[in-house]
Design a protein around this ligand. Structure first.
Ligand SMILES: Nc1ncnc2c1ncn2[C@@H]1O[C@H](COP(=O)(O)OP(=O)(O)OP(=O)(O)O)[C@@H](O)[C@H]1O
Ligand SMILES: [Mg+2]
Length: 243
């Protein structure tokens, strides 16, 4: 599979007069798991906000399945098949787990490659991925632990059958055992061929799960490459990611 799902080129983004991204470029092929790494405040969230149209870029381009999307609204981008799980999750507190999931169910975007019926995310497949969600099916969103909320947020995003799933701070603030569950989910997503862009700070874990990595340093790409190269150079990630 050589299809490029997303190609970000020379992305430059500012908040008012304060420029934050100075030319971010990376691309993700179908079925690949790609990470954005870097210390706090380096521009990771801004990068995914720009991809999703939440903070428009000032220059550069974002190509999704070959088409430019950097001028489109978040709603439109969502319907094209990109799903973002933002920092802070934002699930519906007054809907049950099941309702949260069903409210988002979609057969997949009408653009791009059709999602094969046996590859579609359904309630059953989400429950198989996160058995905890099945146990909590009738609980309201606001009765869930932080970890369960994150599982629900991921499950809900998958229910839209996106071509690209973006997770900002996949395991931020979660207990160690719950983090393991989220990483195990990422592993299963990768095995299932889901294209994913993930932000998380646990480089050692991500090296074992993801395919390629982009290290962001003050709004620029400091390094980019596959897991094997990153794994072979701990000094590199200690310098830019800090552990
Ligand atoms: N809404 C905003 N208005 C102004 N500046 C902002 C805004 N959001 C972020 N910034 C600034 O942009 C820079 C990049 O922030 P961003 O949130 O993209 O970093 P990050 O890499 O995601 O960091 P973290 O690891 O803390 O989530 C920071 O200097 C931050 O203070
Ligand atoms: Mg962030």
């Amino acid at each position: 599979m050589n299809t490029q799902v997303i190609e970000v080129e020379d992305l430059q983004t500012a908040y008012g007069s304060s420029q934050v991204l100075f030319g971010i470029s990376f691309s993700i092929r179908a079925g690949e798991m790609h990470t954005l790494l870097g210390r706090n405040g380096m521009g990771k969230t801004t990068t995914v906000r720009s991809i999703f149209g939440l903070t428009p870029c000032r220059a550069g381009s974002v190509r999704y399945l070959g088409h430019r999307i950097e001028k489109l609204s978040p709603d439109r981008i969502g319907r094209l098949g990109i799903a973002l799980v933002p920092e802070g999750r934002q699930i519906f507190p007054n809907l049950s787990v099941r309702e949260n999931l069903v409210a988002f169910a979609r057969p997949g975007p009408r653009t791009g490659p059709a999602v094969a019926a046996d590859k579609r995310w359904t309630l059953e497949r989400i429950y198989a991925l996160f058995p905890r969600l099945r146990e909590r099916e009738k609980n309201m969103g606001n009765q869930l632990s932080g970890g369960e909320q994150q599982m629900l947020a991921i499950g809900r995003a998958l229910m839209t059958n996106p071509h690209l799933l973006i997770l900002d701070e996949a395991t931020e603030g979660l207990a160690p055992l719950i983090r393991e569950e989220i990483w195990s989910c990422l592993q299963q997503l990768r095995a299932a061929g889901q294209t994913v862009l993930v932000i998380d700070k646990y480089v050692e874990r991500l090296i074992r799960i993801a395919d390629r990595h982009t290290i962001v340093e003050r709004g620029r790409v400091a390094w980019q490459g596959p897991s094997a190269a990153l794994s072979a150079d701990p000094q590199l990630w200690q310098r830019y990611v800090g552990v």
